[in-house]
Design a protein around this ligand. Structure first.
Ligand code: SF4
Ligand code: MG
Length: 320
């Protein structure tokens, strides 16, 4: 999957050429039914863009998206609307995502109404049951988003995402804006709902402690590319890519409850721009193991062990 954005351009007499920002560049990922795939990486690495591409909230520049075996990349509006019943997104900022002038009842019922269900007593009952499921009282129905705390607002956002009984939920930094204790409550709620409703999650986050808690497998992104994918145990216990190693080293092992939010990862240098990404391996400007080949050739994402894929020339070199 690829997503390029044209940035800049125009300028004086239109003489400044637009440049291509490769937000998602040659990414190939699968998410299995019922699993939680964590997607991590520093901000700007393309995680959110990838999440939106899966739901076709934005259109890919190249590549294919398959959902339940169906190629949905070029589906028209009507067919896509039917598919979207099965895939929903929960955003980081529930307040920004909820219309402040709508009651909670209307906010949660809206997806049902959009998909043709008449607003009436049956819909009210469905909304009430869903609010109960996410831990909100029935009296929340008549209230407005600003009357709720951040955690409660995220519960409203989750109720809205689940009202159509989807199968895949993209959680884009869904707990990142919340206090640590509230984060734990929402993560536990997401896990309960996953078990009850058979949900599949793409859990996008920059906080590695939360991702470790909730994920079955983890994909690591760097500057628009996936550099490592593996089971959670392998990513946290035996990471292979130098970038993943740096990310994991920045998580305090002795304080598992301590969040790494707001602190810089222990990787030298700044993230280069995705507009003019480094040649070859994009991590070569920061990698402690950089070799001449790294500047020339991009490493392919290759399987080093069953279910463990890495894009690095160190692991690409055949053993023996
Ligand atoms: Fe480092 Fe080279 Fe591996 Fe890139 S390919 S992560 S620069 S060793
Ligand atoms: Mg993001």
């Amino acid at each position: 999957l690829e997503k390029h954005f044209e940035v800049g351009g125009g300028g004086f007499f239109g003489l400044t050429p637009a440049v291509k920002l490769r937000a998602v560049d040659d990414v190939s990922l699968s998410i299995m039914p019922g699993e939680t795939l964590g997607l991590v990486g520093e901000s700007g690495c393309g995680k959110s863009t990838l999440g939106r591409l899966l739901l076709r909230l934005i259109e890919p520049s190249a590549g294919k998206i398959r959902f339940d075996g169906q190629d949905i990349t070029t589906l028209g509006r009507g067919a896509m609307r039917a598919v979207r019943r099965g895939m929903q997104i929960v955003f980081q900022d529930p307040y920004g995502a909820l219309n402040p002038r709508m009651t909670v009842e209307d906010i949660v019922a809206e997806p049902l109404v959009i998909h043709g269900k008449p607003s009436g007593e049956a819909t009210r009952r469905e909304v009430r049951a869903m609010l109960d499921r996410v831990g909100l009282p029935a009296r929340a129905m008549e209230r407005f988003p600003h009357e709720f705390s951040g955690g409660q607002r995220q519960r409203i956002g989750i109720a809205r995402a689940l009202i159509l009984k989807p199968r895949l939920i993209v959680c884009d930094e869904a707990v990142s804006a919340l206090d640590v204790s509230v984060q734990a409550q929402i993560v536990n709620l997401l896990q309960d709902l996953q078990r009850e409703m058979g949900l599949t999650y793409l859990f996008i986050a920059h906080d590695l402690s939360v991702v470790r808690h909730i994920s079955d497998r983890v994909a690591v992104m760097y500057l628009g590319r996936v550099v490592e994918v593996a089971a959670k145990q392998a990513i946290y216990g035996a990471p292979l890519h130098p970038y993943t190693k740096g990310l994991i080293a920045a998580v305090p092992a002795s304080h598992p409850s301590l969040r790494s939010r707001g602190r810089r990862v222990r990787i030298a240098g700044d993230i280069p721009s995705a507009i003019n990404p480094p040649s070859g391996c994009r991590f070569h400007t920061r990698c402690p193991h950089v070799m001449p080949v790294c500047r020339e050739r991009a490493p392919a994402l290759l399987e080093t062990a069953p279910g463990h894929q890495v894009a690095c020339h160190l692991t690409e070199i055949p053993p023996g």
